[in-house]
Design a binder for this molecule. Structure first.
Ligand code: MRU
Length: 371
């Protein structure tokens, strides 16, 4: 994967800065904890699966910087920093990263997964030294486990996107019109993407899709990123303002809506970029199938319904003045800027995961998929 990768020494991460697209394709190198935090917070790296991969890589870099010299790898009852201290540092750093953006559960999922991998390694070493007190695996070994897990998360994402793309494509016909919201393409994942995956795969196979991309106020992921990715992939894409979706649907131009997701609750309620639920309501009105596409790592069975999903509130300046030459609203005007909304499960025709196409009732199909 090119948009998120380690540098040669694996002590930093190189990302394509998404805030500069489509005007500038600039790769930046990040090494410090605050830079990792800010990259997520400011959407230099964005999209639920990509945030997860990036967070796992950030954990690996942090773990590498905590690894101690070989000579203190294993010690019994010494005053040197123990595995537990290392784990505490990693858990704290993970919590710090998690606090950068609350809605996409892939962030917490990836952090918890790499920490779990280190814990498994710690227990493995303890069990292979029965009866020995205070056995340490050593920070190097734990950092290695975190690095391997981070690379695995990235590899799995590539396979996951491919599966979702194939399942999604099976729901479409040659020449279909598809409306999408925000950006759920390769930039938001690894390859292909989720909601855009079937459209890019379809282009490779000669399907003649017409895609309508909502611009996606206020940060314009649809205008800046979706059109950029689809044009690069040779897909016929038309940019529309968010408030034009009803118009294009009413003209019979849309056969299906494909959107990504940031967190799917146990009952199938789904959080995605603000404006998604409005698209779903319109789709129901016009009798158009509305599909949510995302990996099972986006499912959070700890959230019984959408009401339990935390919604990120962002800086009002994003509405008032970002992307304008000068502020476009009176100074001091009150703004509300929720970054996501929740689409009710009864508006969702199917949820397409790497495991297959899930249909209602989602309580059952999601549980089954996560087994
Ligand atoms: O705020 P963003 O740009 O990170 O929001 C992204 C979305 O809402 C995507 O649709 C979602 O993360 C899925 S990306 C495969």
């Amino acid at each position: 994967m090119n948009n998120i990768r380690f540098n040669d020494k694996k002590d930093g991460i190189i990302i394509l800065d998404q805030t500069l697209l489509p005007g500038e394709e600039k790769y930046i190198e990040l090494k410090k904890p605050e830079e990792f935090f800010e990259a997520i917070k400011t959407l230099q790296v964005r999209g639920a699966p990509a945030i997860g991969i990036f967070a796992a890589f950030a954990m690996a870099v942090k773990a590498g910087s905590e690894a101690e010299p070989q000579s203190v790898r294993s010690c019994c009852g010494s005053s040197l920093k123990s595995d537990e201290t290392f784990m505490r540092t990693m858990i704290d750093f993970g919590e710090y990263l998690k606090s950068s953006r609350p809605t996409a559960v892939n962030l917490a999922w990836a952090v918890d997964r790499v920490i779990h991998a280190a814990r498994v390694e710690m227990h493995r070493v303890r069990q292979s030294n029965p009866g020995v007190l205070n056995v340490n695996a050593g920070h190097g070994a734990l950092a290695g486990a975190i690095m391997n897990e981070a690379l695995l998360i990235c590899e799995e994402d590539i396979r996951m996107c491919r599966n979702i793309s194939e399942f999604g494509l099976s729901l479409l016909k040659y020449g279909d019109g598809i409306l999408t919201h925000c950006n759920a393409g390769p930039l938001a994942t690894s390859e292909y993407g989720t909601a855009l995956g079937p459209l890019i795969l379809g282009a490779e196979k000669g399907y003649n899709f017409r895609v309508y991309s909502d611009e996606t106020r206020p940060l314009l992921q649809g205008a800046r990123l979706t059109t950029y990715e689809l044009m690069k992939a040779g897909v016929d894409v038309t940019l529309i303002c968010d408030n034009m979706a009803s118009y294009v649907m009413s003209k019979g131009l849309v056969n299906a809506c494909f959107v990504g997701c940031d967190r799917i609750a146990a009952n199938g309620d789904t959080a995605n970029k603000i404006g998604t639920s409005g698209v779903a309501v319109l789709a129901k009105h016009y009798g158009i199938p509305f599909y949510v596409l995302g990996p099972t790592s986006t499912v959070d069975l700890n959230c019984p319904s959408g009401a339990d999903i935390p919604i990120e509130e962002r800086n009002p300046e994003e509405i008032r003045e970002k992307f304008y030459e000068k502020p476009m609203a009176p100074e001091g005007v009150k703004c509300m800027n929720p970054a996501f909304d929740v689409t009710d499960n009864n508006l969702i025709t199917a949820i397409i995961t790497e495991k297959g196409i899930l249909r209602p009732p989602y309580e059952d199909s999601l549980k089954e998929a996560l087994k």
